[in-house]
Design a protein around this ligand. Structure first.
Ligand SMILES: [Fe+2]
Length: 338
């Protein structure tokens, strides 16, 4: 690359407008870079390549090479990017996925979530998805409807007063749009898996002061497709910014905050599971999510709740699931290359 770049006279390159050719006082203009280079790299893929990789790699290589050419990427800059990715890998373990976090702040996880969701959706009435995030636990307890996911809340808890002020009753139905025509039918025995942070902005596995499985639970819908639970209005929290992703945020003059949200995975027999989040409309970061996950349909408004000593706020929110599409989902599974 260095030799190739030395062939270019940058002053001449800037002075000549596009389309201008050589003049009698100048040597003929040379192409800035080898015009066949990307074609040769793409052609190196063998005939026995993984089919999906063979399909997508030409586009990746074109965009990657065009990016490098467009910005005039230098060896030092490329090496910095390699260091960043390596540092993400070194920091990642079972409890923290820094590379995923890097993708999150670049909007990539939200984008591929949107693409995947739209590919699989059969109806625009399905509840939009949102990213899973790194704090899901798949073994949250199955709780009776109407019970609370807030455990061991006593006045000695540092965020007790805020938890009382933000206590909330959340209910709604899980509906199916599988029959088409805009009809929505209640789904019995659907599972609503919910999790959110404490008022200190920490999930229970990040916080040794919280009891195991605090602010997590699974609820099965009744014959009317209804679920109900007590939880807390969510608060904004910063994504972990003490690693390479945080360094990049700082270099980009960006903040790490996510607007307050509650995570859900909603599943029902014969239907595609929905991974999503709902966002509290009061949050100051509602239009400025550091991982770009907010969608209009997922913004909710809690209303004051009267006559319930267990909750100051109430929210009703229905989830609409689409039918399972086994053929499409199997194709999607085959894309797990490694
Ligand atoms: Fe979250």
């Amino acid at each position: 690359m260095g030799q190739l770049m030395q062939l270019v006279d940058p002053i001449m390159d800037r002075a000549m407008a596009p389309g201008q050719g050589a003049t009698k006082n100048r040597t003929p203009e040379k192409p800035q870079y080898d015009t066949d280079f990307t074609t040769r790299v793409i052609a190196a893929t063998g005939s026995k390549a993984h089919p999906r990789l063979a399909e997508i790699m030409p586009s990746l290589l074109r965009h990657l090479h065009d990016f490098a050419r467009e910005v005039g990427l230098t060896v030092a800059e490329w090496a910095s990017a390699i260091d960043l990715i390596n540092a993400c890998g070194k920091m990642s373990d079972d409890r923290r996925n820094e590379t995923q976090l890097l993708c999150d702040i670049l909007g990539l996880e939200s984008l591929v979530d949107e693409i995947t969701s739209k590919k699989l959706a059969t109806s625009t009435t399905e509840t939009p998805s949102a990213i899973l995030g790194p704090f899901y636990r798949n073994d949250a307890p199955l709780l009776p409807n109407g019970s609370s996911v807030v455990h061991n809340l006593t006045p000695s808890v540092p965020w007790y007063n805020q938890a009382v002020a933000d206590s909330a009753y959340v209910t709604g139905r899980v509906l199916s749009c599988a029959s088409g025509g805009g009809a929505r039918t209640p789904l019995r025995n659907a599972i609503v898996d919910v999790w959110h942070t404490a008022p200190n902005g920490l999930y229970e596995q990040q916080d040794t002061d919280q009891p195991e499985m605090n602010l997590r639970g699974r609820f099965a819908t009744d014959a009317d497709g209804r679920y109900s639970l007590y939880c807390l209005r969510p608060v904004a929290y910063p994504i972990p910014d003490d690693g390479p992703a945080g360094q990049l945020l700082a270099l980009l003059d960006r903040h790490p905050w996510r607007p307050g949200h509650i995570h859900f995975i909603v599943s029902a027999a014969g239907h595609r599971s929905l991974t999503t989040q709902i966002f509290d409309s009061r949050d100051e970061y509602i239009n400025n999510d550091s991982v770009f996950a907010v969608k209009e349909e997922l913004i909710v408004k809690f209303v004051p709740r009267e006559g319930d000593p267990k909750a100051k706020w109430a929210l009703e929110y229905d989830f609409v699931l689409g039918p399972m599409q086994e053929e499409v989902e199997e194709t999607d599974q085959s894309a797990a290359f490694l």
